[in-house]
Ligand binder design. Sequence first.
Ligand SMILES: Nc1ncnc2c1ncn2[C@@H]1O[C@H](COP(=O)(O)OS(=O)(=O)O)[C@@H](OP(=O)(O)O)[C@H]1O
Length: 420
Amino acid sequence: MAFWSSTSVFTTKVPRKVLFMFTLSLSVTYLFYSLMSCYNSLQFPLQENYVYQGRLVTEETTFVTLREKLYSASQGFTEFTEAERSTAVSTVKDHNAEAEQRTVEWIRTQAAPTNSAALAAAYHTTALEREHQEFSTTDSELRVNCTSDYGEKKLPQAIIIGVKKGGTRALLEALRVHPDVRAVGNEPHFFDRNYEKGLDWYRDLMPSTLEGQITMEKTPSYFVTNHAPKRIHSMARDIKLIIVVRNPVTRAISDYTQTLSKKPEIPTFEVLAFKNRTLGLIDASWSALRIGIYALHLETWMQYFPLSQMHFVSGERLIVDPAGEMAKVQDFLGLKRIVTDKHFYFNKTKGFPCLKKPEDSSTPRCLGKSKGRTHPKIDPDVIRRLQKFYKPFNMMFYQMTGQNFEWELEIDSESRSSRD
Ligand SMILES: Nc1ncnc2c1ncn2[C@@H]1O[C@H](COP(=O)(O)OS(=O)(=O)O)[C@@H](OP(=O)(O)O)[C@H]1O
């Protein structure tokens, strides 16, 4: 009887407690996994179901919307109005796709091309094709790597993937001062132009490294090459990626200046920047402008790599505080902070920081004449319009990277680029 009554207690009171505990533990487990999946979708926001789940959905929607607009047939854009711009930005913040759809109106016009636009179009179809074939660096001063070749050739563990005219050469040369960094001097262009040559060809380009040394290369065009992220990921999913970014307007002028130095006959920057200047229709298909839409390019990389594997260097700070930027890059690469302010001096004639002791020489050296060129004077109204054009994309880029590069503060100081 006693046994019976204790069994009855078991079946009436204890199971309720057990049931409660069981339900509680199930709920906690469910909550835990929900939080984990949410966290993962934040870390790798472009996983397959990214568009449909998680906090970044609206940002993705925003990108989709913007990308569709960007690559739509005419690829010409009027500027944002102040209201459109601020709404677009707050949309990213608020994750309100509907509001964004309503307010970010990219107006395409069918206006007949003006003479200057026709000239620009002719340039686009010829010169830009050729431009694509060119190396972004024309440095004849680039030396053959002449330090000792003991050790083993390895595929790179870190790559400077962009951006063109961001300051990539200055960064690589400063990194090469570090005893634990070995880098190939020229741009291999493996993942965009030479991929069919195979990984053995690529590896063979690399300098030999000793145990503990990092192999590096830089090819700034990777950042805007659609298939580069997938290819790099299939080579090394744990690779570290460095991106030097610079105000996209200054970057575009720098890019144009480089092309102009080789083809003085090309139309003016002002002509190339617009499909129709009177209507304020910016030509976002012009590569000099397209490269600067960093947020859209970054989105492609984020489908393959988490942000923790990327490091963004400010091209502006690399000039005013090279040692400060180098400290962060060395930390990111897991290197001892060996390259410090002791390694740089400001060369007044060059107008840029230079290395006191480059990797292969004991005499101070500045970068060559293709780095730090004098830019042509650009109509300040065009600069202002381009700053407005880039602003929403810059805001998205700041959100994605968690870094504010403060390019909007430079609107007035853009005349610096004229250096007249
Ligand atoms: N220390 C130092 N010396 C000279 N130039 C410097 C330096 N640091 C950054 N910069 C800026 O680098 C710009 C060229 O960028 P990149 O090296 O990425 O160009 S390239 O894509 O490899 O052609 C180059 O752009 P321009 O000034 O337009 O020529 C420089 O502004």
